[in-house]
Design a protein around this ligand. Structure first.
Ligand code: CA
Length: 226
């Protein structure tokens, strides 16, 4: 399976049958997911689940999708697909510029939702133009990266680290967040393990002539800057 058709999806949806169908289709497509049915639980679930994408219903008990989507933007670059019951709502939401990446109107075909999830994640995981201009190339399918055509000899963990950081230049990642992204099996690792992977990745970047692209953010973690 290609690397970019995987990821962890948070479903915020108060209709259990709909959520169950979405969950089944996501699983069949190679994604893991976590479902919550209460708007008030969304932020907490977001923090603990560290999803790659959020499927967010608009009308939810206790807290609506609009509020949640606005809050999620403060956490940085997580893509959001809004699901709404009425097509007319989509126009209104677009006008409000709430920052969702895509909008889907109910009733929808689960197949269509999965296709949108693929598309949005693919877009988000592409190396931004500014990075490509600096010569960084990330080949998701082959799990390889290069700088100005010079291949980087990375371990799998270093590759994921680079991919995660480079996908959102300027975004600050905590060590905890990075740990979640690095180890698919969620094994327990220490902060120091992340620091040591970062150190090795930095060295390898410098060896192929890249700049000091990975910056430490004191007391928080790391960010990518080129
Ligand atoms: Ca609803």
């Amino acid at each position: 399976m290609m690397q970019d058709v995987s990821g962890h999806i948070l479903i915020v949806e108060d209709e259990p049958r709909l959520a169950a169908v979405l969950g089944e289709y996501l699983q069949a497509a190679g994604y893991t997911h976590h479902w919550i049915d209460d708007g008030a639980l969304a932020l907490e679930a977001f923090r603990t689940q560290v999803p790659d994408l959020v499927l967010l219903d608009l009308m939810l008990p206790n807290r609506d999708g609009l509020d949640i989507c606005r809050d999620l933007q403060r956490f940085g670059a997580v893509p959001v697909i809004m699901m709404t019951a009425r097509a007319s709502e989509i126009d209104r939401l677009l006008g409000l510029k709430i920052g969702a990446d895509d909008y889907i109107c109910k009733p929808f075909s689960p197949r269509e939702v999965i296709a949108r999830v693929h598309a949005v994640l693919r877009r988000h995981r592409q190396v931004p133009g500014s990075m490509a201009a600096r010569g960084l190339l990330i080949d998701e399918a082959a799990c390889r990266a290069s700088v100005d055509g010079r291949p980087l000899d990375l371990t799998q963990v270093e590759f994921r680290l680079l991919r995660t950081l480079a996908a959102s230049p300027g975004r600050v990642y905590s060590r905890e967040h990075l740990m979640e992204r690095l180890y698919a099996d969620h094994r327990i690792v220490t902060d120091r393990a992340v620091d040591s992977h970062i150190k090795n990745l930095r060295r390898k970047l410098v060896e192929v002539g890249a700049g000091d692209w990975i910056r430490s953010v004191y007391g928080v973690g790391y960010r990518f800057e080129a």
